[in-house]
Design a protein around this ligand. Structure first.
Ligand code: SF4
Length: 394
């Protein structure tokens, strides 16, 4: 029956897709929508606002149907366009509608995965609707590819387990780094019980299922913060992320610079500078990929990162005693502390020096190091590269 293939349905898909843009848990920065022309070339009404291309493995751009089950919500989070009572166009998709639309978009090759979030009209009821949608996608339409499913605050244990069995990625948006900050943004949400606990439960369930041989939630769990309006410091945000990386196996955190939305209690607040968001991502990378502890990060007296320079460079400037690092001898962990050397560069150096000594910046460059940035911090076979540069100019 073609009841699902109606212009009305795709208008709802497009609206709920455009409304899902506020959830950035699938990309750093703003994902780009699919050009409308691709949808019409596929013989569908315009659904371009519902498709976001995000960066996948190996840097490939992957189009996802990023959508809300409903834009109706009973909560009143101060930053959110969907907060109860705000005048806006709202709509809902039934599980069979959303699953059928996704299946058709897959078959038209418009998308390669699903990211499903939602407003809340009864946590249990809404979570069940989302799970029913994903069950249809998996079971009726036999989709084996990528699904990211949002866990709603206070989701039940059984719902979390169903979600872990169905989705590749799970997420819970903390929005703030702790209870006190969250109270300034979303007074009806409970930080520990409503948000952190579902992440803890999800982690316990995923580990149990994996130990029984099930391949569940292979892309792990992620979270998102609204950066700025609660007055939190960068240190609070990054400390919260580090706690979750260590305690609940969080795969990554997304930092979303606040932008005020009309007709919300925070409409007069200043937007958060995008530069702050960028520095948070760089510092978060230092926690996840470079082996830094949050206590080592170069915060100022208010607990904020400098905006005018990369935090790894700022850390190096504060720690002259850590340099220079001898490229031919230093353990990988020390190489990772050098500005300009990333995880791939550090691995490549360790690999390359098994077959001979590294003596020039050109060699480092070929191994993926930003050699000009690294030069002031390293020795190559006992010599400073600037000395070598004078001898062997590039
Ligand atoms: S619960 Fe979610 S959708 Fe509802 S107002 Fe809060 S942030 Fe917005």
């Amino acid at each position: 029956m073609l009841i699902h293939n109606t212009p009305d349905l795709y208008q709802k898909v497009n609206l709920l897709g455009s409304q899902a843009q506020y959830d950035l848990c699938e990309a750093q920065g703003q994902p780009t929508p699919l050009p409308a022309v691709q949808a019409s070339a596929a013989g569908l009404p315009d659904v371009s606002d519902s498709v976001a291309t995000v960066i996948g493995q190996g840097g490939r751009r992957v189009p996802l149907l990023r959508i809300l089950q409903t834009s109706a919500c009973e909560k009143n989070c101060y930053y959110c366009p969907f907060r109860a009572g705000r005048r806006m166009r709202r709509t809902t998709l039934e599980p069979d509608e959303l699953a059928a639309a996704f299946d058709l978009m897959l078959r038209k090759r418009l998308v390669e995965g699903l990211f499903l979030s939602s407003g809340i009209i009864g946590t249990v009821r809404t979570m069940d609707r989302m799970l029913a949608t994903v069950e249809l996608v998996r079971q009726k339409y036999q989709w084996r590819g990528y699904i990211h499913l949002k866990l709603l605050p206070n989701a039940e244990e059984a719902q979390i387990e169903r979600a872990a069995r169905l989705a590749d990625r799970l997420s819970v948006n903390l929005e703030a780094p702790n209870e006190a900050r969250l109270a300034r943004l979303a007074p009806k949400k409970d930080f520990e019980q409503g948000l952190v606990e579902p992440l803890q439960r999800a982690w316990a369930i995923v580990r149990r299922l994996r130990s029984q041989g099930h391949a569940v939630a292979s892309a792990g769990a992620v979270t998102q913060y609204v950066v700025g309006p609660a007055g939190e410091s960068d240190q609070e945000l990054l400390a919260a992320s580090q706690r979750l990386y260590r305690q609940v196996g969080l795969r990554r955190a997304y930092y979303s610079a606040f932008n005020p939305i009309d007709d919300t209690p925070l409409q007069e607040e200043a937007p958060t500078p995008p530069r702050r968001e960028h520095r948070l991502y760089q510092a978060d990378f230092m926690l996840r990929q470079y082996g830094f502890d949050v206590a080592e990060l170069p915060f100022d007296g208010q607990g904020n990162l400098p905006h005018d320079r990369d935090p790894k460079l700022a850390w190096a400037a504060r720690h002259p005693e850590a340099f220079p690092v001898e490229i031919n001898r230093a353990p990988q962990g020390l190489l990772l502390r050098v500005p300009g050397i990333g995880p791939q560069g550090a691995s490549a150096i360790v690999q390359a020096r098994r077959s001979g000594r590294l003596r020039s910046l050109e060699e480092l460059q070929r191994l993926g190091v930003r050699s000009q940035q690294a030069a002031p911090y390293v020795l190559l076979d006992g010599r400073s590269p600037s000395h070598q540069l004078r001898l062997f100019p590039v």
